[in-house]
Design a protein around this ligand. Structure first.
Ligand code: LMR
Length: 396
């Protein structure tokens, strides 16, 4: 039976981490996967997380199963982070949330739920998008189509082209939107553009599905949710798949959530029964630890303030690295204009480097970036920026 199985291609992002680990060159640099590194090149556990874990260790009395939807206090704080304090959507109980394993798990639950329970079987994703989107949605059985988003020549987005493409979508189609810090381009919609997309979804009865994995990495926790909230004000129904891998540094705890907003409380509850059925058939109920960490931090004013400070520090360090990166490329004699990198949001910079240049960076300089030319700026440090820029200057 197994002899018929064909080799799968390496994952474009996590496969790169495997190749990086196997590389024996001491000076290697991994700017592939989106993981935050501090100035020392480490990814330490946040201090607010450590304190919450110490608290949990003390008070935990049982490892009993959670409900299918996970930690209830967690699901409430997720809704507040997404929609804000005093949100009408939350007050009217139009939102239902299930804790899920990371952004990927949340997206997969959403896709499986839609596939089994609705007529929404086609999803539109941006071109380009996160390398795992197509994999997740096709595995769940959805048809994946693309809308234009980014123009390589201008290093900018083409909003008109995005709208033209989305006008081809049919009633019930799903539109995948990156809540903030678009992965991989780092280019986000402005508030007027968000409203235009929302109106188009309303007019054509399209369902927005938000992938919201970088809240706090753009301009701030509240600021980064403005696009989602503007859309939620206009459309009657949407889904959000969010993740706390990055903003709480909880990568390996696999902690995220799927939140469904329906037209009314009854429709939300009915849909939620099917979301829970989807989860039960997949992983039954989520592991507790990540949800408990997040809800413990957000319920405690001191821990919350500490977390917000740590998140701000991460965001500011990445912004500094963007500036340093652009300046150092210039001082290495690169004539091409890379100033667009300073205007991009979040962990990534879409560099415009070609596949061939990416391969040379890996083979000749032991610098790993994603094949699309995406560089994890969050992995740059004052120490490795000169090395990386020198190498880029050479391959250019
Ligand atoms: C990334 O885009 O690098 C991250 O979201 C990690 C992942 O799972 O791909």
């Amino acid at each position: 039976i197994f002899s018929q199985v064909k080799q799968a291609p390496a994952d474009p992002i996590l496969g790169l981490t495997d190749a990086f680990k196997a590389d024996t060159r001491a000076h290697k640099v991994n700017l592939g996967v989106g993981i935050y590194k501090d100035e020392a090149g480490q990814t330490p556990v946040l201090s607010s997380v450590k304190k919450a874990e110490a608290k949990l260790l003390e008070i935990e009395k049982s490892k009993n199963y959670l409900g299918i939807e996970g930690v209830q206090a967690y699901n409430q704080v997720v809704q507040t982070l997404l929609f804000g304090e005093n949100s009408d959507i939350v007050k009217q109980q139009r939102a239902v949330t299930a804790q899920a394993p990371g952004g990927t798990g949340s997206l997969r639950v959403a896709a499986e739920f839609l596939m089994s329970n609705t007529n929404s079987k086609t999803i539109w994703v941006s071109n380009p998008t996160w390398a795992n989107h197509q994999n997740i949605f096709e595995t769940a059985g959805l048809t994946v189509k693309q809308y234009q988003y980014y123009v390589a020549e201008t290093h900018d987005m083409d909003f008109d082209a995005m709208i033209t493409d989305l006008n081809q979508a049919e009633e019930g189609d799903i539109v995948l939107l990156h809540g903030c810090c678009h992965n991989p381009t780092g280019i986000d919609l402005n508030i007027e553009q968000w409203k235009t997309v929302a109106q188009l979804c309303l007019d054509k009865s399209l369902l927005p599905l938000f992938d919201f994995a970088y809240q706090g990495f753009g301009a701030g926790i509240e600021e980064d949710a403005q696009g989602l909230r503007a859309v939620a004000d206009i459309v009657p129904e949407l889904i959000v798949a969010n993740s706390f891998s990055k903003n709480f540094g909880l990568y390996n705890e696999r902690i995220g959530a799927v939140t469904l907003v329906a037209e009314d409380a009854q429709s939300a509850l009915t849909s939620f029964s099917q979301v829970k059925k989807t989860i039960r058939s997949s992983y039954s109920n989520p592991p507790a630890h990540g949800g408990l960490i997040v809800s413990t931090i957000l319920a405690d004013a001191e821990l919350r303030a500490e977390w917000e400070g740590e998140l701000t520090e991460m965001r500011q360090r990445i912004a500094q690295m963007r500036t340093l990166f652009v300046e150092t490329l210039k001082s290495e004699g690169v004539e091409q204009d890379f100033s667009f990198i300073s205007r991009q949001n979040g962990m990534f910079s879409f560099s415009g480097l070609t596949k061939e240049q990416v391969n040379r960076l890996r083979d000749e300089f032991a610098i790993y970036i994603v094949g699309s030319g995406r560089i994890s700026v969050a992995g740059l440090t004052k120490d490795n920026v000169p090395v990386v820029c020198k190498a880029i200057a050479q391959v250019l």
